[in-house]
Unconditional design. Sequence first.
Length: 333
Amino acid sequence: MQYEYMESRLKRGQTRSRQRNLLPSEELLCSGPFRFRCSWDWAKLPPALDRASFSGLAWSGEGRLYAATNAPDCPVAVFAADGSFLKKLGDRHLTGAVHGVCLSGDGTLWLSSQDRHIVLRYDKDGRLLGALGSCGLPSDSGINDDCAPSRWRYQTIRRLAGPFHAPTGLAAGPDGELFVADGYGNAAVHRFDSGGALLRTWGGMGKEPGRFTIPHDLCVDGRGRVLVADCEADRVQVFRSDGELLAVIGGLLYPLAVAADAQFLYVAEREGRITILDYDLTVLAQLGFYASHFAAHSLAVDTHGNLYFSSLLEGGGLYKLERLAPGTGRDGS
């Protein structure tokens, strides 16, 4: 089944009423030692978020999912573990188009504002604490902004620049450091200390190791490594926190998001797959396949190994993959 066909089919389906099944239906995903139950109706969306898209996800230690949205009145939506909507955070007039969201160990909430060219810092109650970058003033990467929103706009980048030019993903290190993927206008990763001082910028446009096409998202794993989803190059690059390249994970299907827990690494691939690796970068499982319905844009993992992702297919959506014990079937055995 071609990806384009899936999109057109879903568009046609939007004209039909959304009726729930009279009898339950269950979908299980099995790959390698992993088993997941698909929960397509996990998120209980309020009317303001109906058909909203979710560009960034972050799981908190308090058992909540933070989701950056394109909804006009809800820059960040907060969900409980059961999928119920709890509250909204942020101010669209201040944040603009929020793309990435992450939480540091002390509960600080970080948001990347794509069109304001800044990163905003909030406390856990949603009070603004400060910002990094210059609001409305993109850094000079030489990119041709007149060709936006073309997918190939990144090819006009001429130089590595400082923070920020349309930042995308965010990740917090264990010691309070912040890493920002400056993905839509700069092909860069920036590293900040816990006080917000810039420590280093690395990257530059290109497909050579250590450079980026579009560094769309990043995460910090349990070893302190920084994994960067370099989507147009179909790879994830693995760095030390100081920017030294350690490894390249290739052969991916346009990776847009990366996440990590204490045991595994997870890659969400826009063209229909979620890949799971161990810390030695060995592929353990691949959920989905090319042109399947896992057209994921963002990804998060909770403390139980459950996965949450947003879809790029028409109508968007926010979904859960519930981790099951190996061998678990429909009867729970």
